[in-house]
Design a protein around this ligand. Structure first.
Ligand SMILES: NC(=O)c1ccc[n+]([C@@H]2O[C@H](COP(=O)([O-])OP(=O)(O)OC[C@H]3O[C@@H](n4cnc5c(N)ncnc54)[C@H](OP(=O)(O)O)[C@@H]3O)[C@@H](O)[C@H]2O)c1
Length: 244
């Protein structure tokens, strides 16, 4: 996304989460960003005139397509999709430690949030991206790497994020034809101090537990320096490629 023009349109999907909210705040401060559209299950109360919140209590194929119909003339320059689920202790959802922990309901929920909803956004937005020069970032995770899986465990989260990565690989082929300047990015932010990672922070060294604000600065540094090779990219917060 070149900095030279001040008319860039950004969309943040999942704008009330730790990283999503920090993305919205960052984008509101950028002079080259003209509009920030924010999708969330929660109502978005921003005082910034650039920002429009769209509350979608239940994301599904119908609601996502209906939202996209509200953008008849929009061409987004940047989309950041933060949707992600790792645990929900209120309903007993917790990442699996052993094979016996795998259960159908949990797997369905992991795939729904981490893969199917992002896939529906990829589908609904293909004609809404600036076809000449735009970026779509999907928050993935390093644990989704099939090539680099030494620890095992977290079956639902890992496999649903790996499936998200495959969606991005596959979609880039078609985006190349339909929106050739649109680059798809699977992004690992490191371990970030948000509700998602809270129960799993005990063994993280303090200097490796990032604030959402630092995370967003890293993300935008990476976006400004994408590798000089064909997309899609699977990158971490240090702009290092991760093996798919
Ligand atoms: N935190 C980390 O250490 C870490 C590490 C690696 C990867 N990531 C990835 O980074 C992304 C953002 O995570 P975060 O740390 O900011 O966690 P978070 O605060 O829990 O945010 C999760 C986001 O997912 C959305 N979401 C969750 N369940 C949903 C559902 N059923 N339907 C629709 N949206 C749903 C929420 O959207 P609403 O706006 O509607 O609440 C929220 O924006 C996730 O994809 C996560 O997997 C995080």
């Amino acid at each position: 996304m070149p900095d030279s023009q001040n008319n860039k349109q950004a969309l943040v999907i999942g704008g009330a989460g730790g990283i999503g909210h920090a993305c919205v705040q960052y984008l509101e401060q950028q002079t080259n960003i003209a509009t920030v559209t924010v999708i969330s299950r929660n109502s978005i109360n921003s005082t910034c005139s650039k920002t429009t919140g769209i509350q979608v209590q239940q994301q599904n194929e119908d609601s996502i397509r209906q939202v996209c119909q509200q953008f008849p003339d929009k061409h987004f320059d940047l989309v950041i999709c933060t949707l992600g689920l790792l645990h929900d202790f209120e309903t007993g959802l917790s990442p699996e430690k052993k094979l016996e922990d795998i259960n159908e309901q949990a797997m369905l929920r992991y795939f729904q949030v981490n893969c199917i909803l992002p896939g529906l956004w990829l589908s609904a937005l293909v004609n809404k991206m600036n076809p000449k020069d735009s970026q779509m970032v999907f928050l993935s995770a390093r644990v989704a790497s099939i090539a680099d899986n030494r620890l095992g465990g977290w079956y639902g989260y890992r496999s649903s994020k790996a499936a998200l990565n495959m969606l991005l690989k596959t979609a880039q082929v078609e985006y190349q034809r339909r929106a050739p300047g649109c680059q798809l990015i699977a992004y690992h932010p490191g371990t970030v101090n948000t509700a998602l990672s809270k129960p799993f922070q005990r063994n993280v060294k303090p200097d490796k537990l990032f604030s959402p604000e630092f995370t967003v600065q890293c993300l935008f540094k990476v976006l400004a320096n994408l590798p000089d090779k064909p997309p899609p990219f699977y990158l971490d917060w240090q702009n290092q490629g991760i093996s798919w």
